[in-house]
Design a protein around this ligand. Structure first.
Ligand SMILES: [Zn+2]
Length: 498
């Protein structure tokens, strides 16, 4: 049900994309590699991606905002971006809690990665290969090019494709069929193969420049192909959107021919994130049993990560004492912000918030900009009623990350505890803006106006922001109305699913 919901919302958002794409249809076909002719500018792509992203954050039950894993994904992703065809473009990498292997690119640099992709990656280079391929879809503007191809067929195909990319269960097929005509879907596979080839080629260059093991690409494809044969109708979603053909495997193998052998060790960061995600899969007792048996049979590539994973699973199974016993020896030998984060969570679970705060503050001396540690520290301060300290830390963090909705939500909570009502509603309004909910933000600013505890300057800043947001909301409503008409004139039926 929830998945249908997001499909419906995304398809209506995609009308916005179609509206931007429409003018280019009359201008003929741009050549592969030539983006100058695309009427869909990078700014427009970004806006489309942003809208879809907001929807995912709000409505996608699989959206996973784990700050540690998300930060890792962005560190890895941005390392690849800096060696890509367009290092200036902003990228945002996000996690979807889904054991199926999949990754997808939205227009404008938003790249989603299923937790299953990280859990099943046999090396960091394999995960990097998947990301490099998705980055190439973005830097080569494949979405915009699909929209710029000929007329109606491609707009329908495009809408169908996005639905197919984002749908994660077997009913996805029927959802895609409902939105696009059968012919459009077939055509979409044709487009996709051409772009897949290009994304493989460009992604390979990025992978090599970034210093990863390029052999990871063909080996990953081969494993996928085997998995596809194994599962038949229940193949990993990645295979539906990125069909692995013998040709793709052969191309990848040709590219590594003659390249010198290069051993690239996995980073501890990668191994810890993979262990954490493993510990989060399935039921707590299944995950715990799995990690215990892996450790017993020495089925791991890094013992620290394996023990960290076990400690995480123990905590998840509500055994904080055993988790602490597993983690303590690691803390004495290895320094990593994720180990400190887990140590703090274990203390929290034992009701020792003060102890947790101590661990976090000590870790922040060494890793002052680590977002996960900062969130946890702010929350611990708030729980202990140290609201002035919490607000000070929040102000500092908001200077570094002014588009972080979670920080604004924590700030609103902090101001509420301090009895500062105007500031509370103002902060909550910014959290809602960043979550894409303008009406809720406007409501908060109206509450801020009536709070009765603001000075002249604070009130004028609330008034100005309110005017700004009302204008934005009016513009959004207008676009929505126009796009609805456009969808109908393009002959694309809106989805009506149970
Ligand atoms: Zn692809």
């Amino acid at each position: 049900m929830a998945e249908y919901h997001i499909i419906m919302r995304i398809s209506s958002l995609f009308a916005l994309f179609l509206a931007f794409a429409a003018p280019v249809l009359a201008e003929g076909l741009p050549e592969l590699g030539d983006t100058a002719q695309l009427a869909l500018t990078p700014q427009m792509e970004r806006r489309v991606g942003e809208s879809i992203m907001l929807d995912i954050r709000q409505h996608d039950p699989a959206f996973d905002d784990d700050p540690e894993a998300t930060e890792y994904l962005n560190v890895l992703g941005n390392r690849l971006v800096s060696n890509s065809q367009d290092a200036r473009q902003d990228f945002e990498f996000f996690l979807e809690k889904d054991p199926m292997l999949n990754a997808f690119a939205l227009p404008g640099g938003y790249i989603g990665v299923n937790t299953g992709t990280i859990v099943n990656a046999q090396s960091e280079s394999e995960l990097a290969a998947v990301l490099a391929h998705e980055i190439a879809h973005v830097t080569q503007h494949h979405m915009a090019r699909m929209a710029s191809n000929d007329g109606k067929l491609s707009t329908a195909a495009l809408a169908a494709m996005v639905v197919a990319i984002l749908a994660r269960n077997s009913q996805a097929g029927s959802a895609a069929a409902a939105i696009g005509q059968a012919g459009a879907i077939t055509a979409q596979i044709g487009f996709t193969r051409e772009y897949e080839r290009e994304a493989d080629r460009i992604g390979f260059q990025t992978l090599e420049k970034s210093g990863f093991d390029v052999r990871a690409m063909p080996s990953f494809f081969e494993r996928l192909q085997k998995a596809g044969r194994l599962y038949e109708n229940n193949a990993p979603a990645y295979l539906r959107t990125h069909p692995v053909t013998t040709e793709r495997i052969a191309d990848a193998q040709n590219r590594i021919q003659g390249l010198p052998y290069k051993q690239v060790p996995d980073s501890l960061y990668f191994q810890l994130v993979r262990a954490k995600l493993r510990a989060g899969q399935g039921t707590p007792s299944d995950a715990l049993a799995q990690l215990q048996s892996d450790l017993r049979e020495k089925k791991y590539s890094n013992e620290t990560a394996a023990r960290y994973g076990l400690a995480t699973a123990l905590l998840r199974a509500q055994q904080p004492d055993r988790a602490a016993a597993e983690l303590d020896p690691l803390l004495k030998t290895v320094a990593h912000p994720m180990l400190a984060g887990l140590a703090a969570r274990i203390k929290q679970a034992k009701g020792d918030t003060k102890g947790a705060l101590g661990v976090l503050q000590q870790a922040l001396v060494r890793y002052p900009n680590n977002r996960a540690l900062n969130y946890a520290c702010i929350e611990a301060l708030q729980q202990l009623g140290q609201n002035h300290d919490a607000v000070a830390l929040l102000d500092e963090q908001l200077k570094n990350y002014p588009r972080d909705a979670r920080l604004y939500a924590l700030q609103a909570k902090g101001y509420a505890s301090l009895g500062k009502r105007l500031l509370q509603h103002q902060a909550q309004a910014e959290a809602y803006v960043l979550q894409g909910s303008l009406p809720a933000a406007i409501e908060q600013l109206q509450l801020a106006q009536k709070s009765g505890d603001g000075d002249f300057y604070q009130l004028s800043s609330v008034d100005a922001r309110l005017r700004d947001l009302r204008r934005r909301l009016a513009q959004e409503m207008k676009e929505k109305k126009e796009n609805k008409g456009l969808l109908q004139s393009e002959g694309i039926r809106p989805l009506t699913l149970p």
